[in-house]
Design a protein around this ligand. Structure first.
Ligand code: MN3
Length: 227
């Protein structure tokens, strides 16, 4: 190899963009894929986590390769500055945050706990009681047309509220049309979350989802948001 060829190759190599290391990663589910049976089936969990969530992470990493600022932000901070970023970041960054939260807000039977006294009090104050809160939340899940999420949030003035978002948007995002707050509960109402077991019966999925809620996690999130 001539000096010139070596020189040209080295210059070419130096001019290549750095291949960014994957900055966001898919954490394993915090329980087995069959841990939420019979309410949420194993196959749905495998596909939902292993393919859908994985795709959001991969697509977000592809964006981060071009937008270095993304890699410096926590996932939460990214949501709160989403108005700065493009639609691919909104969809995939939102998808990564929402699903990470969703897995944590469900648990196997032995680990579901119950709402803390503080959370229960706040639910009573805001909605009249647990059953009324669930009714309102289910309503938000059912009235979301197409794909999206239902949320129980702590608003900036420290009150509980129920809201819903389209696509992979969430209440942390600084975007028009979003009621902002800190999520306490999150329910994925995309068809990919329930179609294999429930087909078109979103109401049945929503009702059964209450059986797998991780109330210890929701209570922790509530108390952190109230600080
Ligand atoms: Mn999903």
């Amino acid at each position: 190899m001539s000096f010139m060829t070596r020189f040209t190759l080295a210059a070419w190599a130096a001019s290549l963009p750095m291949i960014a290391a994957a900055q966001f990663s898919l954490a394993p589910l915090p329980y087995a894929t069959d841990a939420l049976e019979p309410h949420i089936d194993k196959t749905t969990m495998e596909i939902h986590h292993g393919r859908h969530h994985a795709a959001y992470v991969n697509n977000l990493n592809a964006q981060a390769a071009n937008v270095p600022e993304l890699g410096k932000l926590s996932l939460e901070a990214m949501q709160a500055q989403m108005s700065k970023f493009n639609t691919a970041v909104r969809n995939n960054g939102g998808g990564h945050y929402n699903h990470t939260l969703f897995w944590q807000l469900m648990a196997p039977a032995a680990q579901r706990g119950k709402p803390s006294a503080a959370l229960e009090d706040a639910i009573r104050t805001a909605f009249g009681g647990m059953d009324d809160m669930k009714k309102r939340f289910d309503q938000a899940a059912l009235s979301r047309f197409g794909s999206g999420w239902a949320w129980l949030i702590v608003t900036p003035d420290k009150k509980l509220a129920i809201t819903s978002t389209a696509n992979q948007d969430n209440p942390l995002m600084d975007l028009p049309g979003i009621e902002r707050g800190t999520p306490v509960l999150a329910l994925d109402v995309w068809e990919h979350a329930y179609y294999l077991k429930y087909q078109n019966k979103r109401a049945e999925y929503t009702t059964n989802w209450w059986q797998v809620v991780n109330w210890d996690e929701a209570s922790k999130r509530y108390e952190a948001a109230m600080k």
